[in-house]
Design a binder for this molecule. Structure first.
Ligand SMILES: NC(=O)c1ccc[n+]([C@@H]2O[C@H](COP(=O)([O-])OP(=O)(O)OC[C@H]3O[C@@H](n4cnc5c(N)ncnc54)[C@H](OP(=O)(O)O)[C@@H]3O)[C@@H](O)[C@H]2O)c1
Length: 241
């Protein structure tokens, strides 16, 4: 599931996007390819026909790799591929995520575990595995959620408990990673995309994918080291943890 890339654009940045086959991930992918960047797009499905038109339009800019975030072996295999392809990253978007909903009264360990594996443990182990390939001054963006903010405690009656717990954990992971990477001037933030019309967000959501991607990519573009270790909205406002 991989191909060689040979982007000749001197201003090209190298961008990693997880969960790039649909939703916000696919929106980020399309945006960064259109801007002339090289994108390493990951998905967990071997059916990559979803990428066909992008491969046709951007044949020298797109590398597609398999990544299943619940598998440590898959994460290690991915890091090995990155090493073999001699790729280093200017921007990493830890986008892939899952939201399994369950109302209080019907909680199961399996639901808490799956949300936590995909939304917290997977990103943690991925960051560790690819850390040798992060450029000095690169950016690491963690797709969090307002539901993960303890200070906001959004919709506590809803069935989002396991998801909220996993994103709150992703938030403290973000803060800790920001400190570890500070000397390399790597900027690490958690971002809340807003409520977006994807499979996860549903049709009732308030933002389109295009709006959310426009806002988030503009925000990411102007991030500097003074923003590291913060939780921000799609438009770059500081959010409480
Ligand atoms: N949409 C919203 O309103 C909203 C709000 C707040 C935060 N977010 C966050 O934004 C991010 C993107 O959300 P979205 O709305 O675009 O979701 P989505 O449409 O449901 O897409 C989720 C993506 O994550 C991938 N994924 C799920 N489980 C995975 C696993 N075990 N290993 C690897 N990849 C996996 C999916 O791959 P498959 O196609 O193989 O399932 C898919 O590519 C998520 O982290 C989400 O929590 C979204």
């Amino acid at each position: 599931m991989s191909m060689k890339i040979s982007n000749q654009n001197p201003k090209s940045q190298s961008v990693l996007i997880t969960g790039a086959n649909r939703g916000l991930g696919f929106g980020f992918l399309t945006h960064y390819l259109k801007q002339g960047n090289t994108v390493i797009a990951t998905c967990r499905n071997s059916d990559i026909t979803v990428f066909d038109s992008l491969i046709k339009d951007y044949p020298n800019q797109l590398l597609i790799e398999n990544l299943e975030l619940t598998s440590e072996q898959s994460i290690l295999n991915f890091a090995q591929k990155i090493k073999e392809n001699k790729v280093t990253f200017d921007l990493v978007i830890n986008n892939a995520g899952i939201s399994i909903e369950e109302n209080f009264g019907n909680w199961t360990a399996a639901t808490f575990e799956t949300n936590f594996k995909v939304n917290t443990i997977g990103p943690a182990l991925l960051i560790q595995a690819i850390s040798p390939f992060l450029k000095q001054g690169s950016k690491l963006v963690q797709m969090s959620s307002g539901l993960g903010a303890i200070a906001l405690n959004i919709n506590p009656e809803g069935p989002y408990d396991a998801y909220a717990v996993s994103k709150a954990s992703l938030n403290i992971l973000t803060k800790r990673i920001a400190t570890k990477f500070y000397t390399q001037q790597i900027i690490v933030v958690a971002i809340n995309p807003g409520w977006v019309q994807t499979d996860m967000g549903g049709a009732e959501a308030t933002s389109t994918i295009d709006e959310a991607i426009k806002n988030m990519t503009s925000t990411i573009n102007v991030l500097s080291l003074k923003n590291t270790g913060t939780f921000i909205s799609d438009t770059g406002e500081l959010l409480p943890w």
